[in-house]
Design a protein around this ligand. Structure first.
Ligand code: SF4
Ligand code: SF4
Length: 341
């Protein structure tokens, strides 16, 4: 691993240098929201912006994606595939969102890999950014995520006052750091101690401490508990929690036809919607809202772990902050752990 310091006043020049070779996708402010978008100038990047509402997974798995175009005639069907994967840098990804890419990789890169996702993943350099504050809804440490660690990034930056600690964590990241030595200074003594103190202070900021020990086994035993029905009485089935979740990955395929030509699109879907499991026969195995809400929590906290060995939640707290009726996954976890089997 290569460790360097990058003075804060050099960050924009560093990003501009990257933009000579890559499309830069970074957090920007749109109104009072943070979103990840391709930028035209490094000055657009909102380096210290609060966590984005829609997670950066959008770059790898867009909300709506054209898969291919088609044209039909009596004799022929012509398909034109559209895999858009320019060389890109995804900058400023927080540790919880970095973990979410491991969750998505397990799904999209298992054989046969999803080539749209795989191509963008392959062509994107990931630059992570440690957190400076913990939002009231954050609980990433419940899943062993450190708000200061860049696991999964190629390069990770941590704010240490007047400079960033730059960690090049993969060969791809090392190549980028080593090719422009003029940007960096050598790491100075005392940084490790400062980082440990910062990590402790940040962890102490978490409003709610969440424990997930033994949760999957507990959930399995509580599948038919009336708690899920009680909880669902508040739920609107709006799907906001799934749309803002960095690990949700369900999609629907739809065709937009215009005469003999058209586009095939894939669009985010949500397991909270009634139509999500509706069969063409009219049967719906999850016809009741409590079944769908229960499925969401089971998927995050048990099924994903059973299937891929990694939780389907990263503790980003977006669903906590944005659910219009205050359904809070931290409370669900605590309630489930406290229920009698
Ligand atoms: S955001 Fe809240 S109300 Fe909407 S579907 Fe999710 S849990 Fe239900
Ligand atoms: S379930 Fe909620 S807290 Fe967990 S990763 Fe998804 S949005 Fe974040």
């Amino acid at each position: 691993m290569v460790l360097k310091l990058l003075k804060k006043e050099r960050l924009l020049s560093f990003l501009e240098r990257l933009m000579q070779k890559f499309l830069l996708v970074a957090p920007v402010r749109e109104g009072n929201l943070t979103v990840y978008r391709p930028v035209k100038a490094a000055a657009e990047v909102a380096v210290d912006a609060p966590k984005s509402v829609v997670p950066p997974k959008e770059w790898f798995f867009p909300q709506t994606e054209e898969i291919y175009r088609y044209a039909t005639s009596k004799e022929n069907l012509v398909l034109e595939e559209n895999v858009l994967a320019p060389p890109a840098v995804l900058f400023g990804v927080r540790p919880c969102d970095l973990r979410s890419f491991q969750v998505l990789d397990a799904v999209f890169l298992q054989e046969p890999a999803d080539r749209y996702y795989a191509a963008r993943r392959e062509n994107t350099l990931l630059i992570g950014m440690s957190c400076n504050t913990a939002c009231p809804e954050c609980f990433c440490t419940a899943y062993g995520i450190s708000p200061l660690k860049g696991t999964g990034a190629d390069i990770h930056l941590t704010d240490i006052g007047t400079a960033y600690l730059v960690e090049a964590l993969t060969p791809k990241g090392e190549e980028i750091v080593l090719q422009d030595p003029e940007f960096y200074e050598e790491k100075v003594a005392g940084i490790d101690e400062a980082l440990r103190a910062k990590e402790q202070a940040l962890t102490a900021e978490f409003a709610v401490q969440v424990a997930v020990t033994d949760l999957p086994a507990k959930m399995a035993a509580l599948f038919n508990h009336p708690y899920w029905e009680e909880l669902s009485r508040r739920c609107l089935g709006c799907g906001i929690c799934t749309y803002v979740c960095p690990t949700c990955h369900c999609f629907d395929i739809t065709d937009e036809n215009r005469g003999n030509t058209g586009k095939r699109l894939r669009c985010w879907d949500a397991c909270l919607f009634r139509d999500y499991t509706l069969h063409t026969s009219g049967h719906n195995p999850r016809h009741a809202l409590h079944q769908r809400l229960r499925n969401r929590f089971f998927h995050k906290l048990k099924y994903n772990l059973d299937r891929y060995g990694i939780e389907g939640c990263v503790g980003c707290g977006r669903c906590v902050a944005l659910c219009p009726v205050n359904i809070d996954i931290r409370e669900v976890i605590a309630t489930v752990r406290g229920l009698q089997v």
